[in-house]
Design a protein around this ligand. Structure first.
Ligand code: COA
Length: 382
């Protein structure tokens, strides 16, 4: 029998694959020690200041920013796909009202495949169209599912509106202010991609088997839902509500750390300094609080940030200030993770396109820590 130490791969496991390079990608780069995030060559700060989410989607898929004509063409393609197929809306009506919206999204996306005759075509040309359809439909599915569980009728998509405006409109049944729509649009820009995070890696592993894009994205949503990944933003807001008042922050954190409880929205597997996305979201949390005349959640977040830095030397991540920002926009807590998915679908699909373009089945090895050569005992003698 071959011993793994004699085989050509590394015999010792890297816990959580930290620092292991498992493939090449141009979609995005996270420079952990500098706190930099790059999408296809562009710094996230430049994109947040100047780009729309749709421009960023084009960039991630095509490795360059669109011309005006290309952007308009993409906007039309997105508008054409905003509406969800009727059988999917019927399916959403059957789902228990208490179901978690991220699980509802996962189920609906998986089912969407049945109504797309070209789903199995993974050529770049068709996959790009699938990516556009998925990006257009995520907001529709999240908004419709939320309205149905609240006993409200679905609202038809807004023709000609961008994704941020359309989502907020379909969710609330009224057009958002220009301010809120642009702020939400930037939130989508900030969440669009993040190198090989857990859900993107999942999407690539599935795509690497040459399974189709719906399968890869369905699996990615499942990975995103966990509290250590995209599920953190909802838990941040639950924590803030649990703390209740700014003056409780210090004692809450002390107690949590003594009992080894993690404070959601802090720490990062790659960033060892400020997460550049948090810089924008901190500002948005303040801005939304001031506009609503209620800065309590922002102030509590700032206090939590200060105490966590002092006690653990940990910085807030993308999920921390997005929580109070969405809360002040009146968005239900359990939609924060689906909103992450509404943005990250662009990154997932960009990575799937990249994987298909130069595919190699992803099949690493495990460090075997079990026993060997145990004599087999027949069942009646055990
Ligand atoms: N609250 C309290 N302590 C934390 C912490 C947090 N949010 N994040 C990390 N730590 C502590 C761990 O308890 C551990 O301490 P110890 O060495 O005394 O045991 C140390 O920091 C290392 O933690 P670990 O989980 O191994 O770090 P990681 O780099 O592998 O993990 C995360 C990164 C994101 C999984 C982790 O920071 C975390 O769980 N954060 C909360 C969830 C979250 O916000 N996720 C969204 C990420 S964008």
């Amino acid at each position: 029998m071959t011993d793994k130490a004699n085989e050509s791969h590394t015999a010792t496991a890297a816990a959580g694959l930290r620092g292991v390079i498992v493939g090449a990608s141009s979609v995005s780069d996270v420079v952990g020690d500098k706190g930099e995030l790059i999408y296809q060559g562009y710094n996230i700060h430049d994109l947040a200041a100047n780009s729309t989410f749709e421009e960023v989607a084009f960039l991630l898929w095509n490795k360059r920013l669109p011309t005006q004509a290309e952007l308009e063409e993409l906007m039309h393609a997105l508008h054409d796909s905003y509406a969800a197929p009727k059988p999917i809306i019927d399916l959403l009506r059957q789902i228990p009202r208490e179901a978690d919206p991220i699980d509802v999204l996962r189920t609906a996306v998986s089912a969407l495949e049945f109504y797309d005759p070209s789903a199995r075509d993974i050529s770049r040309e068709v996959s790009l169209k699938t990516a556009i359809k998925l990006t257009a439909r995520f907001p529709t599915l999240v908004a419709i599912a939320d309205r149905l569980r609240r006993g409200l009728d679905p609202v038809e998509p807004l023709p000609n509106a961008n994704i941020a405006t359309n989502f907020l409109y379909m969710l609330k049944g009224e057009r958002p202010s220009e301010h809120d729509a642009r702020l939400f649009d930037i939130c989508l820009v900030l969440h669009a991609d993040h190198e090989l995070n857990a859900s993107t890696f999942t999407a690539r592993v599935v795509a690497g088997t040459l399974a189709d894009m719906y399968g890869a994205v369905t699996a990615a949503i499942a990975a995103l839902s966990g509290p250590l990944h995209g599920g953190a933003n909802t838990n941040v807001m639950k924590t803030l509500l649990e703390i209740g008042e700014v003056e409780n922050v210090g004692s809450f954190v002390k107690q949590a750390l003594v009992s080894k409880r993690k404070i959601m929205g802090f720490g990062h597997a790659v960033y060892k300094t400020e997460d550049p996305r948090a810089t924008h979201l901190r500002r948005f949390s303040k801005e939304m609080g001031e506009r609503a005349g209620d800065t309590k959640w922002y102030e509590m977040s700032r206090k939590l940030e200060e105490v966590m830095m002092r006690e653990k030397g940990l910085y807030p991540n993308v999920d921390f200030f997005s929580a109070s920002t969405y809360y002040m926009m009146g968005i239900p807590l359990d939609l924060y993770t689906p909103i992450f998915a509404i943005s990250r679908i662009t990154g997932w699909t960009a990575h799937v396109l990249e994987q298909y373009a130069d595919n190699k089945l992803i099949r690493p090895r495990a460090e075997y820590v079990g026993q060997r050569n145990i004599p087999y005992v027949p069942i009646d003698q055990r």
